[in-house]
Design a protein around this ligand. Structure first.
Ligand SMILES: Nc1ncnc2c1ncn2[C@@H]1O[C@H](COP(=O)(O)OP(=O)(O)O)[C@@H](O)[C@H]1O
Ligand SMILES: [Mg+2]
Length: 279
């Protein structure tokens, strides 16, 4: 067993606002292996975004700790890149400049500004543009691109400093079904090529299974890990696999468990009772 890339140990988070306490996360434990693609699903409010933000170092934790290569996280770092649902591109910069922007910040921060470094950065930006199928859009502005293309720019930008870990919070949530399928195959391709460890949050169970090696199901009130499913699919995936019996069976199981843990089951039972009374 290799040392985990990310060790999540007894992590808890309590938000306090107007004297009201929300237990967003309670006793979360999970080891994420290097180069694992792990997906998180669960009802809204079960703490998926909070967990990802804590790992990113964008949010503090109330209890427990997050270990990155064995060392506690104490803030954001270039080793972890985050991609959100809303492409946070700079509208006044071209695609190429958007991709190179963060890298330039890092170069300045490190005060390494040799020509070789600038050249490497240019080569990497070109390679990422090509990987994302955006080469002919290098000089376009974000407003000239479709939603899917903008999100590809955001992913390329996140990959620019070669982060060991990619944290994705419902990155394809705003895209149409067709564009999402394309993005799924693209992100699996990126994952194999860049050997990144990916933590991917979604509310779409099919997306979670198709992308992940493991699916973590979280439950709300308090936010916690309910169960973890191994995905019985090979590393090389294709869209037809979504129709396989293993895929549909796992999807059925996970959907049923989400219903059980989210309280939706009870709502439905009550609705049936009410309908029976009314009828
Ligand atoms: N900044 C915050 N202040 C107060 N409560 C918050 C804050 N962020 C999240 N929460 C609460 O924590 C819980 C988990 O939220 P979140 O992590 O966004 O869930 P998810 O991403 O699974 O929908 C929810 O009850 C939410 O209302
Ligand atoms: Mg969320």
């Amino acid at each position: 067993m290799t040392a985990p890339k990310i060790g999540i140990r007894e992590v808890g988070k309590t938000f306090v606002s107007d004297k009201r306490e929300v237990e967003a996360l309670q006793s979360v434990n999970l080891d994420v292996q290097p180069n694992e693609f792990i997906t998180f699903v669960g009802a809204s409010g079960c703490g998926k975004s909070t967990l990802l933000r804590i790992i990113a170092g964008l949010e503090t934790l109330s209890r427990g700790e997050i270990l990155l290569d064995g060392k506690p996280v104490d803030g954001p770092g270039v080793d972890r890149a985050m991609v959100f649902q809303h492409y946070s591109l700079y509208p006044w910069l071209t695609v190429m400049k958007n991709i190179r922007f963060c890298r330039q910040l890092k170069v300045v921060a490190d005060t390494v500004h040799s020509e070789a470094d600038v050249e490497t950065a240019a080569g990497r930006a070109d390679a990422l543009l090509s990987l994302m199928g955006l080469t002919s859009f290098a000089d376009a502005y974000p407003s000239q691109l479709s939603g899917g293309m903008q999100q590809r720019v955001a992913i390329a930008r996140a990959l620019m400093p070669k982060p060991a870990t990619l944290l994705m919070d419902e990155p394809f949530g705003a895209l149409d079904a067709q564009t999402r399928e394309v993005m799924h195959d693209l992100i699996r391709h990126v994952y194999r090529l860049e050997k990144t460890t990916i933590l991917f949050v979604t509310h779409d169970v099919e997306e979670a299974i198709y992308l992940g090696g493991r699916v973590v199901l979280m439950a709300p009130r308090p936010g916690r890990i309910d169960s973890i499913y191994e995905v019985p699919l090979p590393a090389q995936r294709n869209q037809d696999m979504k129709l396989s019996p293993e895929f549909t069976e796992l999807k059925r199981q996970i959907l049923a468990r989400i219903r059980e843990t989210s309280g939706m089951q009870t709502d439905l039972e009550q609705l049936e009772k009410l309908t029976a009374i009314a009828g």
